[in-house]
Write a protein that binds this ligand. Structure first.
Ligand SMILES: O=C(O)[C@H](O)[C@H](O)COP(=O)(O)O
Ligand SMILES: [Mg+2]
Length: 313
């Protein structure tokens, strides 16, 4: 059983000592920097404190609805200084995995997407053709003709060149898309079943909503349940950690993962062999999860801006 994490809120010297241990901070976004479009008070000041101390900052989000360029716009709109180079999302992680590791053969190079434009933009950035996703042709009710065409594997409905099904948070999921995804995975296409992430919930507006995991769950059930889960390329996937380390070239022992979720963010940092992990209580995890859970961070604070107390010399 892991030890009880250090509680740093209000502990000026403890915060200073904690911050001094690290040169790199990997920041989760939803539940840490903001909740939906509400940026938590003190977030901007805390990040600029770290930058003033020459700490490297990387934004590592599982939220696949936006691309890195979209996140740059969101960070700008919330007054959070950042470069697009500092952003690493699960949709980019999945696109890189497909183009550089999975490398489907030319006749199976297309990806059927259950997700939003963030996935499509990152697949485009890696030159990967895709269908489904935000295409309005799929945002409709299934019809009797659809059943016939899908069952008959009519190429107008079931594209023979689909070799991968990629699932992320999809605010427009529906029966037709789930049916097509199932047939791509189980039919002659034998498509590879991937997910950008499998978070069960999404923290937004101070509450919890269906997460990306709830979008792939019906497919897992249709495929026979446990053992048929998709390969997930978001946190805590170490494929994502390796890609981030490869890009930013940092000493893992001098890096700290900051997150609000134990089974993604904190597990990501621990399994990645990072020097530290810090939890905040403004998102998914409760204090009890942090202090008594199976997975525990090195330290925690009530909110990110509590780190500002570390400014005192
Ligand atoms: O369902 C989801 O996709 C997640 O809740 C969301 O993406 C979490 O984003 P993160 O906290 O990693 O920024
Ligand atoms: Mg989060």
């Amino acid at each position: 059983m892991s030890s009880v994490p250090q509680y740093l809120t209000g502990d000026k010297q403890g915060i200073k000592a904690f911050l001094d241990k690290f040169d790199v901070f990997l920041f989760d976004c939803d539940g840490v920097l903001w909740s939906g479009d509400h940026v938590f008070p003190g977030t901007v000041e805390t990040l600029s404190l770290l930058r003033s101390r020459h700490k490297q900052i990387v934004f590592v989000t599982n939220n696949s609805t936006k691309s890195r360029a979209d996140y740059k716009k969101k960070l700008d709109s919330l007054g959070i200084p950042a470069s697009v180079e500092e952003i690493f999302g699960s949709s980019y992680s999945a696109a890189v995995y497909i183009s550089r590791i999975l490398q489907p053969p030319p006749h199976k190079r297309k990806v059927f997407v259950l997700g939003e434009s963030g996935i499509e933009a990152e697949l485009d950035s890696e030159g990967i053709p895709h269908l489904g996703g935000s295409d309005p042709a799929y945002r409709r009710d299934i019809t009797p003709a659809d059943y016939q065409a899908i069952a008959a594997r009519d190429a107008s409905m079931v594209d023979p060149e689909v070799g991968t099904v990629l699932v992320g948070l999809d605010h427009h999921v529906n029966y037709l898309k789930l049916a097509l995804a199932y047939h791509y995975i189980t039919g002659p296409n034998q498509a590879t079943f991937l997910a950008t992430n499998t978070d069960s919930t999404l923290p937004s507006a101070g509450a919890l909503f269906p997460g990306a995991g709830s979008i792939s769950a019906p497919l897992i059930m249709m495929l026979g349940g446990p053992g048929r889960e998709p390969l997930s390329l978001g946190k805590p996937s170490q494929a994502m950690m390796d890609a981030i380390e490869g890009k930013f070239r940092f000493d893992r022992k001098r890096a700290c993962m900051v997150g609000d979720r134990m089974n993604t963010d904190i597990t990501f940092g621990i399994e990645g062999g990072l020097g530290g992990t810090l939890a905040v209580l403004t998102g998914v995890a409760s204090r009890r999860d942090v202090v008594e859970g199976e997975v525990r961070p090195m330290a925690f604070v009530d909110r990110l801006s509590d780190l500002l107390a570390g400014e005192v010399e």
